[in-house]
Design a protein around this ligand. Structure first.
Ligand SMILES: Cc1cc2nc3c(=O)[nH]c(=O)nc-3n(C[C@H](O)[C@H](O)[C@H](O)COP(=O)(O)OP(=O)(O)OC[C@H]3O[C@@H](n4cnc5c(N)ncnc54)[C@H](O)[C@@H]3O)c2cc1C
Length: 297
């Protein structure tokens, strides 16, 4: 199906994009990679009267390390993050970027668009929730930084106001002895996951000093299973503690039954994913090179 007719506007700077949003009103939407918005427009679930294209703005696609953090521009494509040596310093970022859909989607879709969309099945918010992530926002006059946990308000709802945009994402580099892993269970590559688990740990010897876990596609926003984190934090890492964390995560999630599986099935998947992700994260925290990839049905 074709989208409804709309007016196309090309912004030459982020400031101009915010001014256009402000002048054109609620009927205007930003266009980044178009990988969420255009399908919704074709299905006529979204019918914006104006599209403000960010794709011709210079200098808003970048990944750089500065002041102990990785800084990512809003128009940075998933594929650029997948190939970035700077982003690979936080292994979980590579796991996420490399596993999103297929190469076509990864070449167009952007991290800024993904966070702004706040799709409950999107990968980025789940992964970035396990790290210290700030979303930098700009409305043409004021810049503000919002911790990711406060940025994502609900399914498809963020803290952004209508004429405000995501201007950068910054992620603190985890301390020495840290490792992470992100694993999703998918029915096929170009579909959203059935469930996913992101785990970020800091390990000292046999002890887990810090643990951060987020679960994707099993709630309206990424689920933080605090009891699963407590099952690991300060504990000696063993099969028993990892199994306890997996069980706590299984209980904490709140999935809906749908075409991807029943709620109970998704809970089982979450338990298995958390176990695998913790095991990989521990090995990475100890300096091992461990390849992680999504699981396919
Ligand atoms: C077949 C298919 C499979 C997919 N599978 C997955 C998957 O497995 N995992 C996954 O995570 N994603 C998946 N996606 C979605 C993909 O990752 C999108 O790229 C992403 O969700 C949105 O990014 P975008 O740049 O395409 O944004 P767009 O579609 O251009 O925009 C999405 C929304 O964000 C707004 N927006 C865009 N940029 C900004 C900004 N800088 N500031 C404020 N608002 C902004 C737009 O106005 C729009 O409302 C899939 C998409 C397709 C088509």
């Amino acid at each position: 199906m074709y989208p409804r007719a709309f007016h196309y506007h090309r912004a030459s700077s982020l400031r101009e994009a915010t001014e256009m949003l402000s002048q054109l009103g609620e009927e205007a939407k930003l266009l980044a990679g178009g990988q969420s918005l255009i399908p919704l427009m074709k299905l006529r679930f979204a019918n914006p009267a104006h599209l403000v294209d960010l794709n011709f703005i210079q200098g808003i696609s970048y990944i750089k390390q500065e002041n102990g953090a990785i800084h990512i521009g809003p128009l940075t494509r998933h594929a650029e993050i997948q190939d970035s040596a700077a982003a690979a310093k936080i292994t979980i970022l590579h796991d996420c970027a490399a596993g999103i859909a297929d190469v076509q989607v990864r070449n167009r879709g952007t991290i800024g668009g993904s966070l702004a969309e706040a799709d409950p099945s999107g990968d980025w918010a789940t992964v970035l929730m396990t790290l210290t992530t700030d979303v930098h926002c700009f409305d043409g006059k004021r810049k503000r930084s919002i911790p990711l946990r406060d940025f994502v308000k609900d399914a498809y709802t963020t803290a952004l106001s209508h004429d405000e945009l995501v201007s950068e994402i910054s992620i603190q580099l985890p301390p020495k002895g840290s490792g992470g892993a992100y694993i999703a269970f998918k029915r096929a590559a170009p579909v959203y996951p059935t469930a996913s688990a992101a785990v970020q740990l800091t390990v000292e010897g046999d002890t887990c000093k810090e643990a951060s876990i987020a679960l994707g596609c099993v709630g309206l926003t990424p689920v933080r299973p605090s009891e699963a984190e407590s099952a690991l934090r300060g504990q000696r890492l063993s099969e028993k503690t990892i199994a306890a964390a997996a069980e706590a995560a299984r209980t904490a999630c709140d999935p809906q039954s749908d075409m991807r599986g029943s709620a109970e099935y998704k809970r089982e998947v979450v338990g298995a994913l958390v176990k695998r992700a913790v095991e990989a994260a521990v090995r990475r925290a100890r300096g091992e090179q461990v390849e992680v990839s999504h699981l396919y049905a």
